[in-house]
Design a protein around this ligand. Sequence first.
Ligand code: ZN
Length: 87
Amino acid sequence: MNGVWWTIGAALLVWLLRIIHRTCVASRVSQNQEEATFWPIPSYQAELRDGFPTITCLRCNMTSWSPGDVQHLYCGNCHEYHIQKKR
Ligand SMILES: [Zn+2]
Protein backbone atom coordinates (compact mmCIF):
# COMPACT_ATOMS: atom_id res chain seq x y z
CA MET A 1 0.00 0.00 0.00
CA ASN A 2 2.94 2.29 0.74
CA GLY A 3 4.16 2.16 -2.85
CA VAL A 4 0.90 3.68 -4.14
CA TRP A 5 1.24 6.72 -1.88
CA TRP A 6 4.84 7.23 -2.97
CA THR A 7 3.70 7.22 -6.60
CA ILE A 8 0.95 9.76 -5.90
CA GLY A 9 3.36 11.95 -3.89
CA ALA A 10 5.97 11.92 -6.64
CA ALA A 11 3.37 12.76 -9.30
CA LEU A 12 2.09 15.68 -7.23
CA LEU A 13 5.65 16.94 -6.70
CA VAL A 14 6.44 16.83 -10.43
CA TRP A 15 3.14 18.58 -11.22
CA LEU A 16 3.91 21.34 -8.69
CA LEU A 17 7.46 21.85 -9.96
CA ARG A 18 6.18 22.07 -13.53
CA ILE A 19 3.73 24.87 -12.56
CA ILE A 20 6.45 26.79 -10.68
CA HIS A 21 8.84 26.42 -13.62
CA ARG A 22 6.22 27.61 -16.11
CA THR A 23 5.44 30.69 -13.97
CA CYS A 24 9.16 31.57 -13.75
CA VAL A 25 9.69 31.24 -17.51
CA ALA A 26 6.56 33.29 -18.25
CA SER A 27 7.62 36.19 -15.99
CA ARG A 28 11.15 36.18 -17.46
CA VAL A 29 9.83 36.38 -21.02
CA SER A 30 7.50 39.28 -20.22
CA GLN A 31 10.36 41.20 -18.55
CA ASN A 32 12.55 40.81 -21.63
CA GLN A 33 9.75 42.01 -23.87
CA GLU A 34 9.26 45.08 -21.69
CA GLU A 35 12.95 45.95 -21.88
CA ALA A 36 12.96 45.54 -25.64
CA THR A 37 9.93 47.81 -26.08
CA PHE A 38 10.74 50.57 -23.58
CA TRP A 39 13.94 52.57 -23.54
CA PRO A 40 15.27 53.21 -20.05
CA ILE A 41 16.80 56.62 -20.90
CA PRO A 42 15.24 59.56 -22.77
CA SER A 43 15.86 58.98 -26.45
CA TYR A 44 14.39 62.18 -27.83
CA GLN A 45 14.56 65.94 -27.53
CA ALA A 46 11.40 68.01 -27.96
CA GLU A 47 11.81 71.70 -28.74
CA LEU A 48 10.19 74.64 -30.53
CA ARG A 49 11.74 75.60 -33.86
CA ASP A 50 10.38 78.73 -35.56
CA GLY A 51 7.35 78.41 -33.31
CA PHE A 52 6.64 74.83 -34.33
CA PRO A 53 7.05 71.90 -31.96
CA THR A 54 9.60 69.39 -33.20
CA ILE A 55 10.96 66.13 -31.92
CA THR A 56 14.54 65.05 -32.49
CA CYS A 57 15.47 61.41 -32.15
CA LEU A 58 18.74 61.02 -30.26
CA ARG A 59 19.25 57.56 -31.71
CA CYS A 60 19.29 58.52 -35.39
CA ASN A 61 19.44 62.35 -35.02
CA MET A 62 16.41 62.85 -37.23
CA THR A 63 14.18 65.85 -36.47
CA SER A 64 10.49 65.47 -37.20
CA TRP A 65 8.14 68.43 -37.62
CA SER A 66 5.09 66.21 -37.88
CA PRO A 67 2.54 67.11 -35.16
CA GLY A 68 1.60 63.46 -34.90
CA ASP A 69 5.20 62.41 -34.25
CA VAL A 70 5.59 65.13 -31.60
CA GLN A 71 2.32 64.23 -29.91
CA HIS A 72 2.98 60.51 -29.84
CA LEU A 73 6.78 60.80 -29.32
CA TYR A 74 7.36 58.74 -32.42
CA CYS A 75 10.39 58.48 -34.70
CA GLY A 76 9.39 57.68 -38.26
CA ASN A 77 13.01 56.83 -39.11
CA CYS A 78 13.48 54.23 -36.35
CA HIS A 79 9.79 53.22 -36.43
CA GLU A 80 9.91 53.35 -32.62
CA TYR A 81 8.05 55.20 -29.90
CA HIS A 82 10.14 57.15 -27.39
CA ILE A 83 8.37 55.74 -24.39
CA GLN A 84 10.24 55.81 -21.13
CA LYS A 85 10.05 52.91 -18.76
CA LYS A 86 7.65 53.54 -15.90
CA ARG A 87 8.95 52.60 -12.48
ZN1 ZN B 1 15.16 57.73 -34.77
